[in-house]
Design a binder for this molecule. Structure first.
Ligand code: ATP
Ligand code: MG
Length: 168
């Protein structure tokens, strides 16, 4: 049983994440998706709760042909211990898929096999760009899976982001 691990903040989950996971699904028997900075929500860089992000990911991957687990992972303020923290929260895995330089470094130091998937349309497909567009009232829905649009509509995600970005 080969399991692959993929972690992000998914604020929000977008088509770049979806493309990477569809790629990983071809190479492993099961996927573990870590929802990082799980404790953060309701701020401009991290508007959505870990539960809302779990919903986005689970619904967007409902027809993925590979079993997956979605596991919230809170930050610890000690990078040197972070991989052990992740491992304590997840099923065992063989390979970490990440292009994030810190994540790559920490897993390599722990002796975990690391693969860095290619970036898909990085200028457009980034959480930062999607949050910017939401705040600016620009189109963003084509950058995320349809299921994520539904979740964000249900939780009134754009209105929340705009509200918490206002000055008092
Ligand atoms: P933010 O701008 O908020 O940091 P992000 O788009 O980088 O959002 P993260 O949740 O930080 O999304 O990323 C999770 C993982 O997905 C990271 O390893 C990141 O490199 C990867 N990733 C993000 N965007 C893409 C993309 N367009 N194509 C492939 N991988 C991506
Ligand atoms: Mg990022």
């Amino acid at each position: 049983m080969k399991r692959g691990f993929y972690i992000g903040r998914f604020q929000p989950y977008h088509n770049g994440h979806q493309s990477v996971l569809e790629h990983i699904a071809k190479h492993v028997d099961e996927i573990i998706i870590g929802v990082g900075s799980a404790q953060l929500s309701h701020n401009v860089a991290n508007p959505f709760t870990s539960g809302e992000r779990v919903l986005m990911i689970t619904r967007a991957l409902s027809s993925l042909d590979c079993p997956f687990y979605v596991i919230p992972i809170e930050d610890i303020q000690r990078n040197a211990l972070w991989v052990a923290h992740v491992r304590s929260m997840t099923p065992p895995f063989d390979t970490c898929y990440s292009s994030n330089p810190l994540v790559v470094q920490l897993f390599k130091e722990s002796g975990v096999d690391v693969q860095s998937p290619a970036m898909y349309e990085r200028e457009l497909l980034s959480g930062t760009e999607i949050r910017r567009r939401m705040l600016a009232g620009e189109p963003w829905k084509e950058l995320v899976p349809r299921a994520v649009v539904q979740v964000l509509d249900e939780i009134e995600g754009t209105a929340r982001l705009c509200q918490i970005a206002r000055d008092d």
